[in-house]
Design a protein. Structure first.
Length: 169
């Protein structure tokens, strides 16, 4: 999943995936903590440090992350870990440090996330606007097409009713 997210960050920000908080609510706090811990340990696995991560420190860090950032989607956190794995956020020197991960997450990733979400939202609005550009079908003028949509909507045509709504944004 991580390579896919690296190639298309919009998938990471899709509202389809659950958040860490939702996982905690559905499966329990321990399950959400374990999921975050596994992601962090996968980062430890690819790091070239002399000392492995301290399991207790990683668990403690994962617990705090689950409580502090429940709104982060699983795909977003996977994107963060993937970026770390490819060196986007630097590297560990000597030993694996969960505090470094926290600093980078807060100071770099959350800023990138904000920017990328704004960019994705702007693209989504532009696409929606382009789809809603009004060009009447062949054989209709603007006025006759609106009249036809009103007639269809009055007869229960949901698509016609939706087309009569003004564009959002």
């Amino acid at each position: 999943m991580q390579p896919l997210l690296l190639s298309d960050v919009n998938k990471a920000y899709s509202d389809r995936g659950p958040s860490i908080g939702e996982i905690s609510q559905i499966y329990g706090y321990e399950a959400a903590t374990l999921w975050v811990k596994v992601q962090i340990l996968s980062l430890d696995f690819v790091s070239s440090t002399k000392e492995d991560a301290d399991g207790l420190a990683v668990t403690e860090f994962a617990k705090h992350l689950v409580r502090r950032y429940p709104y982060i989607r699983l795909t977003e956190f996977m994107l963060f870990i993937a970026r770390f794995k490819v060196g986007q956020y630097g590297r560990f020197y000597g030993y694996f440090d969960p505090l470094t991960i926290g600093d980078v997450f807060r100071d770099k990733f959350l800023r990138e996330r904000s920017y990328e979400q704004e960019k994705a939202e702007a693209a989504r609005k532009a696409e929606l606007s382009a789809r809603r550009e009004f060009i009447p079908p062949k054989g209709y003028t603007s006025l006759t097409w609106v009249q036809e949509l009103r007639r269809r909507a009055a007869n229960g045509d949901k698509e016609a009713a939706e087309l009569l709504n003004p564009p959002v944004g």
